[in-house]
Design a protein around this ligand. Structure first.
Ligand code: HEC
Length: 121
């Protein structure tokens, strides 16, 4: 009896605190087109691929997330300050989860394929 109550309570707690699972969609032609569109509209104003601009170089930015890819999606949905001694906070209107997933997929693809002709400068 008590075992069951404890188990139910435990499962309830787990469901309350379960972090939302975020996946990076696999690269596709649609993701490339859509990712580039979002980038030109939302990111290019401040970022260049291989050098610092208003913000740090995008290639390096993405490299920081290579072993924790979902964190890039979370960051773009809710930018928090990272390097206060060097940069102001990133003034980006938070992306929707879908846009953040699409652009993350494209950016990780570009990191592996830097010669793609559509890679932003
Ligand atoms: C208004 C200028 C601006 C725009 C627009 C902008 N960024 Fe940034 N970005 C910055 C600045 C400034 C920083 C450094 C912020 C910090 O250190 O807190 C930054 C940092 C980053 C980082 C590094 C975060 C880290 O962990 O250090 C990533 C990744 C990033 N931007 C991605 C993007 C993407 C993708 C877009 C478009 C969806 C975008 N940014 C649009 C200015 C901008």
């Amino acid at each position: 009896m008590w075992n069951r109550i404890v188990l139910c309570f435990f499962l309830l707690l787990c469901s309350l605190f379960a972090a939302e699972v975020i996946v990076i969609p696999p690269i596709s032609e649609d993701i490339k087109t859509e990712g580039q569109k979002i980038y030109n509209k939302e990111c290019y104003a401040c970022h260049r691929w291989s050098r610092e601009f208003a913000g740090p170089a995008m290639g390096e930015n993405i490299g920081k997330y290579i072993s924790q890819k979902e964190e890039l999606v979370r960051y773009l949905m809710n930018p928090t300050q990272k390097q206060p001694e060097k940069y102001p906070p990133m003034a980006l209107d938070p992306l929707s989860q879908k846009d953040a997933q699409v652009i993350s997929s494209w950016l990780f693809y570009l990191l592996d394929n830097p010669k793609d002709p559509n890679r932003p400068r």
